[in-house]
Design a protein around this ligand. Structure first.
Ligand SMILES: Cc1cc2nc3c(=O)[nH]c(=O)nc-3n(C[C@H](O)[C@H](O)[C@H](O)COP(=O)(O)OP(=O)(O)OC[C@H]3O[C@@H](n4cnc5c(N)ncnc54)[C@H](O)[C@@H]3O)c2cc1C
Length: 416
C-alpha cells in the first residue's frame, strides 16, 4: 500500500486474469484522462497470470521432458512484467469481502478504498455437493492442479500395468484433457517397454444429452469423431450422484470404476463473492446489467468475466464463461469508467451471437471456429499457438512476448 498515492482516488480491479488485465491495460492507455486524479490498482492473490488455455498441456508433459520451472515460465506470466512501465499498481493480497457503505474492499492484510470497483475474480471448481467427488477427484484450475495430476498419472503408469482414467464433464476443458492423455500415457508405457501395446482406458462422462454443451453441431460431431479415433469412450446423460472407493454411482443406478478421476464438470462464482452482499446468480456469480454494473448504478461497482452473469439477449442464455467474453467485457468496463469520469452516458455491452473458439483434441489437432471460417486438423493447432502469441503480444513487451511464446511452442510441439 506504501506506493499508492493517497491523494488520488482509486480504480480498483479485483483479479489479474483475462478480464482484469484487459481492463487495467485499457485504462492505462487512457492514462492522460485519469492519471492526475486516479490510481489504477490491480489486486490478485498471485504474482502471475495463469494462461488457462494451455493448462491441459502442463498436465500431460512427462517430468523428464521438462522441469517444473520451465513449465512455469510457459504458463505463468509475471504480473510485474505486464504492468512494467505502466501506471498500474499491483497489490498481491486475498480479497475477502466488500464494505459497500464505506466504499472499501476488504483484503486479508488491508482495506482499500475505491471510487470505481471492477470485480474480475474468475471462477472456482463446483462439486455440486456430490458426496465423495471432491475427495476422490483431481480438479484442473491451477498450475499446481496440473502438476499434481501429471504426477499422479505418471506414477500410476510407471507402477502398474494399465490405467483407467475417467474425466467428469465434457465441456471444452474436459475434452481437451481427455484427448491429451492417450499420447501422454502411451509414450510412458513405450519408454518402459518398447514392445508394449498402449494399455489405457479413457472415459468421458457428461450429464447433458451430448458433449460440449453450448457448442454447435459442427464442433460436436468433429470432436466426437476425433475422440472415437483416439479411443475415448463417451457416456452422456450420465449424472454422477456419489463417488466411493474409486467407483462412480450414477442417477440411473449404473456404476463405473476408475483408477484416476478428473473433475472438469462445473465451475461457480468464487467464495469471496458471498461476502459482497450483491445479487448473485444460481452459479454464484454477480448479476450485472447491460452496462456491466452490479448493485446500484451510483455505487460504481462493475463485474466482468467468469465472476459475472449476464443474459445474452440474442440467445436468451447466460453468456458463456470464456476468454473472448472476459476480454470484451474488460475493454468495455474501462471505456465505461472513463465515460463516467467524463460525465458521458455509459455504453451497453452488446454480446456477439457467437464467439470464436479453438479446441485442441489430442496431439497436433485442433478444431477452430472463427465464425466466418472453420478449420480442423494441424492448421487448427497452429492457429491455437498464434492466438497464444497474439495474447502475449497484447500483455508483454515485444521481445519478452516472443521469447515466452517460443518456450511454449517448443514445449508443446515436443509433447504433441
Ligand atoms: C483448464 C481450463 C482451460 C480453459 N481453456 C479455455 C480456452 O481454451 N478458451 C477459452 O476461451 N477459455 C478457456 N477457459 C476458461 C477461461 O480460463 C476463463 O473463462 C477466463 O480465465 C475468465 O477470465 P476472468 O478474468 O473472468 O478470470 P480468471 O482468468 O480466472 O482470473 C481470475 C483472477 O482472480 C484471482 N482471484 C480469484 N479469487 C481471488 C481472491 N479471493 N483474492 C485475490 N485474487 C483472486 C485469480 O488468482 C485470478 O488471477 C479454460 C479454463 C480452464 C480452467
Amino acid at each position: 500500500m506504501d506506493n499508492i498515492d493517497a491523494r488520488k482516488k482509486n480504480i480498483v480491479i479485483l483479479g489479474a486474469g483475462f478480464g482484469g488485465i484487459t481492463a487495467a491495460l485499457a485504462l492505462a492507455k487512457k492514462q492522460c484522462a485519469i492519471s492526475r486524479e486516479y490510481n489504477i490498482i490491480l489486486v490478485d492473490r498471485h504474482r502471475h497470470q495463469l494462461y488457462t488455455p494451455a493448462l491441459y498441456e502442463i498436465a500431460s508433459i512427462p517430468r523428464e521432458n521438462a522441469a517444473d520451472a520451465s513449465l512455469k515460465s510457459a504458463i505463468l506470466i509475471p504480473i510485474a512484467d505486464i504492468t512494467a512501465k505502466k501506471p498500474i499498481q499491483h497489490l498481491c493480497d486475498d480479497v475477502i469481502g466488500l464494505d459497500r457503505n464505506g466504499k472499501k474492499i476488504i483484503l486479508k492484510n488491508a482495506e482499500l478504498p475505491y471510487e470505481f470497483l471492477v470485480s474480475a475474480l474468475g471462477s472456482e471448481t463446483n462439486y455440486f455437493n456430490i458426496p465423495g467427488l471432491k475427495e476422490e477427484s483431481f480438479p484442473l484450475k491451477t498450475f499446481d492442479d496440473a502438476v499434481r495430476l501429471r504426477n499422479k498419472i505418471e506414477d500410476w503408469v510407471r507402477e502398474k500395468d494399465a490405467v483407467k482414467i475417467v474425466v467428469g464433464g465434457a465441456g471444452a476443458s474436459g475434452v481437451e484433457l481427455v484427448a491429451e492423455f492417450v499420447n501422454f500415457v502411451c509414450d510412458i508405457q513405450k519408454k518402459i517397454d518398447l514392445n508394449s501395446h498402449c494399455k489405457i482406458e479413457l472415459l468421458l462422462i457428461e450429464s447433458s444429452p451430448d458433449i460440449l454443451p453450448g457448442f454447435d453441431e459442427w464442433a460436436v460431431s468433429k470432436t466426437k469423431k476425433r475422440l472415437a479415433k483416439l479411443g475415448v469412450r463417451i457416456k452422456t446423460n450420465a449424472t454422477i450422484v456419489s463417488v466411493r472407493n474409486q467407483e462412480l454411482d450414477f442417477a440411473d443406478g449404473n456404476k463405473e470404476s476408475f483408477d484416476i478421476l478428473i473433475w472438469a464438470g462445473g465451475v461457480q462464482g468464487p467464495a469471496a463473492l458471498e461476502r459482497f452482499e450483491l445479487t448473485r446468480s444460481k452459479k454464484g456469480a454477480l448479476v450485472i446489467d447491460e452496462y456491466l454494473r452490479a448493485g446500484n448504478p451510483e455505487e460504481r461497482i462493475f463485474a466482468i468475466g467468469d465472476n459475472s452473469s449476464l443474459i445474452n439477449p440474442k440467445t436468451g442464455k447466460p453468456l458463456m464463461w470464456n476468454v473472448p467474453v472476459a476480454e470484451a467485457e474488460g475493454r468495455l468496463v474501462a471505456k465505461n469508467i472513463i465515460r463516467e469520469i467524463r460525465g458521458k452516458p455509459l455504453k451497453k455491452f452488446i454480446p456477439l451471437k457467437k464467439y470464436p473458439f479453438i479446441l485442441a483434441v489430442g496431439k497436433k489437432y485442433a478444431i477452430a471456429d472463427f465464425v466466418i471460417i472453420r478449420i480442423a486438423g494441424r492448421l487448427g493447432w497452429c492457429l491455437k499457438q498464434l492466438v497464444e502469441l497474439r495474447y502475449f503480444l497484447f500483455i508483454l513487451p515485444l521481445f519478452q512476448a516472443i521469447k515466452t511464446w517460443l518456450v511454449c511452442v517448443r514445449l508443446y510441439a515436443s509433447n504433441d
